[in-house]
Design a protein around this ligand. Structure first.
Ligand code: GAL
Length: 652
């Protein structure tokens, strides 16, 4: 890891006259930028017609950046296949579930399974890697751009259908095994041959959930293998360079842990205001309150997730610099927020925060999207915030360990399963996990987000496993060895990997861990929550009827006298979806049991520990006195009364 965190920027030399490039590079270097990401959408300029490779302009741009002392992350251009290529093989275009062909005219117009397109990607990436793979300016590669963006993971094309049948054959071996695993005797859905199976689309009512889940698994695998085609080439032809992809927020359509294993660095694109507008479950009051700040937990959640997906190294590849163009409303951030978001990423361990984009484009789809510079080249607000970030970095010691005491297990298969079978329209896996994450952060805890195949939890005092679809043997063994406190449920272990109800009923754990049976479940209307004895909080959306065995004791009951939270030694099982007040009570109980200290943070203030430094971020609209919430120590940055949109760092 770079000893000191750096900043970067996304730059599109092909959008500007070449006469501007030198001055752009000079200004970037003068600002203090280290990394420049370029090239990820430039296929039509790199190859204007079949086999007419035109890389000289890119080399000139790279040279100019290099001469200015900048390092380059070079994008592979596979997110934007050019028109001539689409015209050559129109069946590479994606097809939606209703059979509509998704056409040319924006980006991401390709099917991950199309063999011809895969071969074209291999060809262009090989050519780029042969030309630039050992260029001293190129220190890393970004592969494609934002997989899953614009809802592109799942494809109903012929290429996808053929590949799906192959994938099923490999998974099940014989059609009988598939019929049994899916339960196809139900409604006479049995198949005589793999060739008879279609993609799940356009049936009179829902498809068999096992069929849909396998399609989701297959689609995720296709994205991972598409990416691997490129990483294999780049590893061979561009040794020693970091391979990176830029993930997105609240995107669960493919397994990021699996892809992350093929990368050196996970990065993500952080657009706090766009996400609050577009991807939040929060109510209107919350959205209004944080409209210019962003959700206080959303960025941190993804920092913590993508820190894990490639085993520790991560960046923000695109940081929102001002209003974006793509949400329902696109407000400007409060002064100070771009700085705050950047410092928060560093507090969570980012090596680099890179701003999107250098200069606002005056043309095409993103002409209303801010950059560090205005379209006329003058400095925009975020330019000065990036300068402030660099001044702050000089005062901070970010080398300390960011290890958290608490871990949440996040599982992509669970997200797919509950999307397929929510059993109540409000049951959303991301929302469930995020509610738990928020509650831990309201207590001031630093959290790690771990994959479901984690085999060792010994570094943690507490783990939280909400809504896990099915246990793996590996996970159960890791849990058996775990000596800390676990909070499990709701819905955890409620299925087998084949999407059936387990023979011994959920939560399907050995009785020495949880002597418990979930006898039935119900989903609740959002306007009909259930009260809880002894707590002002309520259960919403989902409730389970627990039968506690002899080894299990009841810790909380619902108003109608039924067990809600049960405990067996260091294990707690929660049989419902708690609202925030109830979750705060439950988290207080479980963290106390785990011996974790807890703060009670006002809405809007969030903290993160890094080594001896405790960062406090004020997303709210009123100043917060750190002394009032029990934080003291030597001030390293900011003030003890933290103004809105500001940051304080205390040495503890
Ligand atoms: C990202 C994308 C960029 C740009 C940006 C605008 O999703 O990677 O290319 O479109 O959004 O906010």
């Amino acid at each position: 890891m770079a000893s000191k965190p750096q900043i970067g920027v996304c730059y599109y030399p092909e959008h500007w006259p070449e006469t501007l490039w030198k001055e752009d590079a000079r200004r970037m270097a003068a600002l203090g930028i280290t990394y420049v990401r370029i090239g990820e959408f430039a296929w039509s300029r790199l190859e204007p017609a079949r086999d007419q490779l035109s890389f000289d302009w890119l080399e000139r741009a790279i040279d100019i950046l290099h001469e200015a002392g900048l390092k380059v992350v070079l994008g592979t251009p596979t997110a934007t296949p050019p028109k001539w290529l689409v015209d050559e093989m129109p069946d590479m275009l994606p097809v939606d579930a209703e059979g509509h062909v998704i056409g040319f005219g924006s980006r991401k117009h390709y099917c991950f399974s199309h063999r011809g397109y895969r071969a074209e990607c291999e060809r262009i990436v090989t050519a780029l890697a042969e030309r630039f793979g050992k260029n001293p300016a190129v220190t890393g590669w970004q592969i494609d751009n934002e997989y899953a963006c614009h809802n592109t993971t799942r494809n109903w094309s012929t290429a996808s259908l053929l590949a799906f049948r192959q994938w099923l054959k490999q998974r099940y071996g014989t059609i009988d095994r598939l019929n049994t695993a899916w339960g196809n005797v139900f409604w006479s859905m049995e198949y005589a041959d793999f060739q008879a199976i279609d993609l799940p689309a356009l049936a009179p009512t829902e498809h068999n959930p096992a069929h849909s889940l396998d399609f989701y698994r297959f689609s995720s695998d296709q994205v991972v293998s598409f990416n691997r085609l490129q990483t294999d080439i780049l590893r061979r032809l561009s040794p020693g360079r970091d391979l990176i992809h830029n993930f997105m927020g609240r995107t669960l359509a493919f397994d990021h842990f699996e892809m992350g294993a093929d990368l050196d660095i996970s990065s993500w694109d952080s657009y706090p205001l766009g996400f609050l507008e577009d991807r939040s479950d929060a109510d209107d009051a919350w959205r209004r309150r944080f409209a210019r700040a962003g959700d206080p937990d959303f960025q941190a959640f993804h920092h913590d997730l993508y820190r894990t997906t490639s085993g520790g190294r991560w960046w923000v590849m695109e940081q929102q610099p001002g209003p974006v163009n793509w949400a329902d409303h696109n407000p400007a951030p409060s002064d100070g927020m771009v700085r705050l978001w950047s410092l928060e990423a560093f507090a969570h361990g980012a090596e680099v925060v890179s701003y999107f984009r250098w200069r606002q484009a005056p043309f095409a789809q993103e002409q209303m999207h801010a950059g560090l510079l205005r379209p006329d080249g003058a400095e925009a607000e975020a330019f000065h915030e990036a300068e402030a970030v660099l001044r702050d970095l000089d005062k901070l010691d970010l080398t300390g360990d960011g290890m958290a005491d608490v871990a949440i297990v996040l599982d992509y298969t669970s997200a797919w399963a509950w999307e397929i079978q929510p059993q109540g329209c409000d049951f959303d896996y991301f929302r469930l996990v995020f509610d738990h994450y928020r509650a831990l952060r309201r207590k001031g805890l630093s959290v790690d987000i771990l994959p479901p195949d984690t085999s060792d939890f010994s570094a943690y005092k507490m783990i939280v496993i909400p809504g896990l679809f099915a246990w793996s043997q590996n996970l159960v063994s890791a849990l058996e060895a775990f000596e800390g406190v676990a909070l499990v449920g709701p819905r955890s272990g409620s299925k087998t990997a084949e999407f059936s109800i387990p023979a011994q009923l959920p939560p399907d754990l050995p009785a020495h861990l949880m002597d418990l049976t979930i006898a039935r479940v119900e989903s609740l209307r959002a306007d009909s929550p259930l009260g809880v004895a002894g707590s002002p909080g309520q259960i919403k959306f989902w409730r389970e009827f627990l039968i506690a065995g002899d080894r299990c004791q009841v810790e909380m009951t619902s108003d109608d006298g039924k067990p809600l939270l049960v405990r067996q030694q260091n294990w707690f099982y929660l049989g419902g979806w708690p609202d925030d007040r109830l979750l705060d009570d439950i988290v207080a109980k479980v963290t106390e049991e785990a011996g974790l200290p807890g703060l009670v943070l006002p809405e809007g203030l969030r903290v993160r520990r890094k080594g001896n430094e405790l960062f406090a971020f004020n997303y709210g609209d009123v100043a917060v006195d750190l002394a009032d919430i029990g934080i003291d120590g030597k001030l390293v940055l900011g003030q003890t009364i933290v103004p809105p949109a500001d940051v304080a760092v205390v040495n503890i």
